[in-house]
Design a protein around this ligand. Sequence first.
Ligand code: NG6
Ligand code: CA
Length: 494
Amino acid sequence: MRRSLLPILASLPSLATAEQPPNVVLIVADDLGYGDVSAYGSRTISTPNIDRLANGGVCLTNGHSAAATSTPSRYGLLTGLYPWRRKTNILPGDAPLIIGEEQFTLARLFQMAGYRTGTIGKWHLGIGKGHIDWNRTIKPGPNEIGFDYSCILPATVDRVPCVYVENGNVVGLDPNDPIEVNYHKNFEGQPTAITNPELMTKITWSHGHNNSVINGIPRIGFMRGGKAALWKDEEMASYLVGKVKDFIEEQPQGQPFFLYFGLHEPHVPRVPEARFEGATTMGPRGDVIVEADWCVGEVISKLEEKGLLENTIVIFTSDNGPVLNDGYNDNASELVGNHDMNGGYRGGKYSLYEAGTRVPFFIYWKGHIRHIVSNALVAQQDLMASFAHMLHQPIPRGLDSEDHLSAFLGKSKKGRRGMVVEAVGRLAYRTRDYALLPAYKGDKRNTTGNEMGIVDTLSLFDLRNDPMQQQNIINKHAKLARHMQAALDKERTK
Ligand code: NG6
Ligand code: CA
């Protein structure tokens, strides 16, 4: 391993010298499945801009998020820690920041190496300390844990408050119309999706989302006020892309940047910009994937326009697997047709089965890395140790981030020996080719219809020969299963 890294160091631009290290743009889609990008061979959807990264760079076929839902997944990505060590869960929009101000983060790593850092788009890691006053600067947030600039959706598109928060301040807030948010009870006299269904002019809910109606869309949580600051879902892609372009535009000469761009697509509610409506035959879910692809294209074009593409590593991935009906009546299930958003794997969002965490994962660096397809087992939280290697920076001990720079740069197809994956608080263990799922009791499907990856008895699956995880081969491979169980137990007690 060590030896195989030497040539990479030699072939990297001499980072130890005065030469400027590459910019890094990390684009993370929200609920985009392995089969949702055409780079992996799907013929039912076309994502040419994302494919450009995959086909011109390292196309990882065995790359995982830390978890099958957003908050824990993003926690892993940014902290390099398994999220279940901190018991993270899907957060409401007014939850406090779950990353400690003293904690090491991916953004801090880049700051230490002299980068300007920014985050734009979906956040979902909490902000403030609880009992947020949305009308003042909210701290702590991304800016307190390593980002020099931030313009975020505090939680998800389906959760209030439906406002952008830029460097801790709600964008466009009129001080005479203060914002209030409550996740437990409604404000007196305020309408909801239940009391006033006629307010749902853009989309209706199928489960969950029936509290405040903002911009014709019912949401989770109650809010009032802040009228001038409310985002317009059908303009969000352009708004966020605009912020990304500004961030790149404002970059001081001679300093590299790290940008974490959280796309909001194709998470619910799926409301594309007008020009993407009908882009596919799959309804809003397909159309917003085309919109997400457009966003990626815009980022690449901006880098090209600034002459930065050859000095920028562009990474594309997704926070967790896909889902059709996640609580709104957008006909995703009815219109999906032959499209296999799971890309041949079982489960999906919320699931311990493969499609919960096996996500699109591409690393592109024009002129520096060659195209390869690699089945190296890597996790998003490995970006931290890998970039630390590239930038010659130390990282704290005890993290769950492994250095796989050579795999990320396509110099080696060797990745992790194993990793823990999480779905809604439950854990499984993966090696490159096998998955060990523990026995659980409980519902096998959740309200979305996705299979949770709940198995009656301890199960071992051979992913090469059985990607759909149909055959429990634990009896044939008892020793391997014991090894994997021991590895999982060891991680748990660490
Ligand atoms: C669930 C929501 C779902 C989605 C998810 C978080 C309901 C019924 N379901 O609780 O719509 O918001 O949380 O998704 O409310 S994630 O990708 O951000 O983790
Ligand atoms: Ca998600």
